[in-house]
Design a binder for this molecule. Structure first.
Ligand code: AMP
Ligand code: GLY
Length: 436
């Protein structure tokens, strides 16, 4: 049983902008003048290392993580990415007596297998697109012929956000089916596929802190998944976010809670999973109502960067600790009226081929309300901060309006020095145009 006193030390697992945001939020004391927690991170990045000690342990090195937590006398582990969750990191930590926020491997299947999730959603009548499940090409192609175009082909397993093809022609759909089932694209992840009807509407990311049958819905947000302005080009991990997503009105959020979140949490518990972590519900707001696109078993990246700064109370460490300890019932969030935006600065060429090792210079000092969260950054041998991944930085700004926040973020993006920097110019445009 987890003691009620808050943990004094936290280990954050991961190396992205999400983890930088988690570290910053976990360091904020519960009350003004209250005790701060000691935080460490593995493996972290150049920006996280400026704030807390980072340890070079890979996210899939479960033995290494357990040993690190024991050596550093860590009282609480918060897991960022899906890979260690799917590998069973939380099971391992719990077996070693270390409390953890993030589901065990059984719950992580909700992200690691799209088929597992689709079957759960259908079994419990939770709104989602109709789909067929296939392991062989011939029946898959026959099913395709019976469905309207566009149509969505999904590899079952983890594919770093790339295992989904929204096909706009039959030829493209057939090629995607063959690619995954015969061509070995996505390896084992693509040995089983889903062929799913296309949903139309706006997407929203609903992050839910879950503890068994109890849950707390975090502030709404909207991501921009395509790499190019106007939602063009290939899908990415996410090029920018803003919160709140005003398209999710209070009435719509109530409907999402009633028709999707409550039944999903109940279904997960009814299937025997004791889920303690974030359930990220990707939702399409269709004309017929909200419909589930996917579950993730973790915080979103870059959703986390705009959602966490808007939570006034409880402190993040208290919220996640209560969830991990099964003490979430009755927890109520206070959320600020601010608007937050995160513009991702990527390396030119992301999500396909991009260079690493380009020097980065950051503007200083930053205006009030602006912070630059690191994602794919490292220090080279000379100590210079350089690019080290596809998504490099997230420029986050908070303001009284989305317009004010966006202006601040974009002014800072312009001031970041990096030869290969690329960012979308239209983060938040949909909401800005609606309110204009
Ligand atoms: P997923 O990895 O399941 O989140 O899919 C990646 C992206 O593909 C989603 O964020 C959507 O933009 C798109 N997508 C997935 N499923 C559908 C669907 N049934 N209809 C339309 N778009 C979809
Ligand atoms: N931004 C989408 C995700 O974290 O999956």
């Amino acid at each position: 049983m987890i003691p009620r006193a808050l943990p004094r030390s936290v280990l954050v697992i991961g190396s992205g902008g999400r983890e930088h945001a988690l570290v910053q939020a976990l360091l904020r004391p519960a009350a003004p003048g209250g005790a701060a927690v000691r935080a460490i991170c593995a493996p972290g990045n150049a920006g996280i290392a400026e704030e807390v000690p980072c340890f070079p342990v890979a996210v899939d090195d479960l033995d290494g993580i357990v040993a690190l937590a024991q050596r550093e006398k860590i009282e609480f582990v918060v897991v960022g990415p899906e890979v260690p969750l799917a590998l069973g990191l939380s099971d391992r930590l719990l077996a070693a007596g270390i409390p953890v926020y993030g589901p065990k491997a059984d719950g992580a299947r909700l992200e690691a297998s799209k088929i597992f999730t689709k079957e759960l959603l259908l079994k419990y009548n939770i709104p989602t697109a109709p789909a067929g499940i296939f392991t062989a090409v011939a029946p898959a192609l026959e099913y395709l012929r019976s469905r309207p175009i566009p149509i969505v082909i999904k590899a079952d397993g983890l594919a770093a956000g790339k295992g989904v093809v929204v096909a706009t022609t039959r030829a493209e759909a057939e090629a995607a089916v063959r690619d995954m089932l015969e061509g070995g694209r996505f390896g084992a992840s693509g040995r089983q596929i889903l062929i799913e009807d296309c949903l139309f509407g706006e997407e929203t990311s609903i992050l839910v802190v879950v503890s068994g049958r109890d849950f707390v819905i975090l502030p709404t947000s909207q991501d921009h998944k395509r790499v190019g302005d106007g939602d063009t080009g290939p899908n990415t991990g996410g090029m920018g976010t803003y919160s709140p997503a005003e398209v999710v009105t209070p009435a719509l959020l109530e409907r999402i809670e009633r028709e999707i979140v409550r039944p999903s949490v109940d279904a997960i518990a009814a299937e025997g999973m004791d889920y303690r972590g974030t359930l990220f519900v990707g939702i399409m707001l269709t004309p017929a109502g909200p419909s589930v696109i996917e579950f993730n078993a973790r915080f979103g990246d870059p959703e986390t960067q705009v959602v966490l700064p808007r939570i006034a109370s409880p402190s993040l460490v208290e919220l996640l600790w209560r969830a991990a300890g099964g003490e979430l019932a009755g927890t109520r969030l206070t959320v600020t009226a601010d608007h937050a935006i995160c513009v991702v600065i990527a390396a030119q060429g992301y999500p396909d081929n991009y260079r690493k090792g380009d020097p980065i210079t950051l503007p200083k000092p930053l205006p009030a309300g602006v912070s630059i969260l690191h994602a794919g950054t490292a220090r080279d041998a000379s100590g210079q901060v350089v690019t080290n991944g596809g998504r490099v930085l997230g420029v986050t700004a908070i303001g009284p309006t989305l317009r004010a926040a966006a202006d601040q973020a974009y002014a800072t993006c312009a001031a970041v020095g990096c030869a290969t920097k690329y960012f979308r110019r239209d983060i938040g445009a949909r909401q800005l145009n609606r309110t204009a």
